[in-house]
Design a protein around this ligand. Structure first.
Ligand SMILES: *Cc1c(COP(=O)(O)O)cnc(C)c1O
Length: 355
């Protein structure tokens, strides 16, 4: 607490990102980073852009990248927004579309940043409890409210809603903005982007952080009707006109252009996930059906916090949330096959020591 803080700063409950330790080298399975490097074409484009033009401001409209992202999905540039990571876009979207006079609806178990944004903008979250299987009770996302946000697949549960369910949700809430946060959609889901022409209330948010191995570049996208994109632009240009720098812009364009590399690496992650899932189930773990680049698991006999601590001692970092309903689960990012073999080995040791 400081006397210098505004009432707003004093009232915030900031998000706590997964740790990025420097003390020793861990197998990092705690922040859903991609284990494979970005496309070599991305690195070439960034190297080429690292020149004396850095003295100049970047393009405030991010024109080249907006065009490339629109092309990628067969949309118009007017239906496309880009930002400094999808977290930034989500923050803009909360400010642009959610009405503080009415509750904003999201699941009780979901991306924990949503609560932080709600607080930041004086919104009233109404948490919709997931059922026992961590499924989203769609019928509860209706009534008087000021907007909806759902990650698909959900985090940290990894569960996917089929596109038909998204349509149902949109049909029932035509007067409010529905944000679908598709940070993990490329690992086995179907994007709601194709619904944008039909639903002017739909905003789809994506990121290059996970499936394109570019968490360090900070690039996100939003796709929606022209009026929604204009709403985001209004917030962005009241905040920071130059959200994307001169290295990120060409790097992101190159990432979207290298479809072969993208397919190859996401397929590898999916194959590893499915193999690891079989192993975990064989070891007696309870797991959700993951369509993301992480698994969400619980051991019937050993507390998740214990597993988390012991794995850490063995040099494997996973994510543990000391939150109601999920405090006996671990979220484990999918690494390379070799990393996952080490993880499974360490896990077997911990279980043997504990039982
Ligand atoms: C990782 C993640 C993001 C943030 O992605 P950035 O583009 O790196 O900011 C957004 N939403 C969910 C659900 C995520 O897991």
């Amino acid at each position: 607490m400081s006397n210098f803080w505004s009432p707003l700063a004093a009232s915030l409950v900031p998000y706590v990102p997964g740790e990025q330790p420097k003390d020793k080298s861990y197998i990092k399975l705690n922040t859903n980073e991609n284990p494979y490097p970005p496309s070599p074409k991305v690195l070439e484009a960034i190297a080429e852009a690292a020149n004396s033009d850095l003295r100049l401001y970047p393009d405030p409209t991010c024109g080249a990248l907006v065009q490339e992202a629109a092309r990628y999905y067969g949309l118009s540039p007017k239906q496309t927004f880009v930002g400094n990571g999808s977290d930034e876009i989500l923050a803009f979207a909360f400010a642009a579309f959610f009405d503080p006079a009415k509750p904003v609806l999201f699941a009780d178990i979901t991306y924990s940043f949503y609560k932080v944004y709600a607080k930041m903008y004086g919104l009233q979250p109404k948490l919709i409890p997931l059922n026992e299987e961590f499924d989203i009770p769609l019928e509860q996302f209706e009534g008087e409210h000021g907007g909806i946000i759902i990650p698909n697949p959900n985090a940290p549960t990894a569960k996917l809603l089929p596109l038909g369910d998204i349509v149902t949700l949109l049909e029932r809430n035509l007067d409010q903005v529905v944000i679908i946060d598709e940070a993990y959609i490329d690992f086995g889901g179907e994007s709601a982007v194709k619904l944008i022409d039909r639903y002017p209330n739909l905003l789809v948010v994506q990121t290059l952080s996970k499936s394109r191995s570019l968490a360090g570049l900070r690039v996100g996208f939003a796709f929606g009707s022209e009026e929604l994109i204009q709403g985001l632009d209004r917030i962005k240009n009241s905040f920071n006109s130059y959200t994307m720098d001169r290295l990120a812009l060409p790097g992101a364009v190159a990432a979207l252009q290298d479809e072969d590399y993208f397919k190859e690496t996401t397929e590898k992650v999916i194959r590893t996930r499915d193999r690891v899932m079989d192993q975990l189930l064989g070891m007696g773990f309870i797991a959700t059906d993951s369509k993301a680049n992480f698994v969400f698991i619980s051991h019937p006999a050993i507390a998740a916090e214990q597993l988390f601590i012991q794995l850490r001692e063995k040099g494997v970092l996973v994510r543990y949330f000391a939150s109601p309903r999920i405090d006996n689960y671990l979220r484990v990012s999918i690494g390379t096959d070799e990393e996952m073999d080490t993880f499974i080995g360490a896990l077997k040791e911990v279980i043997a020591e504990q039982t």
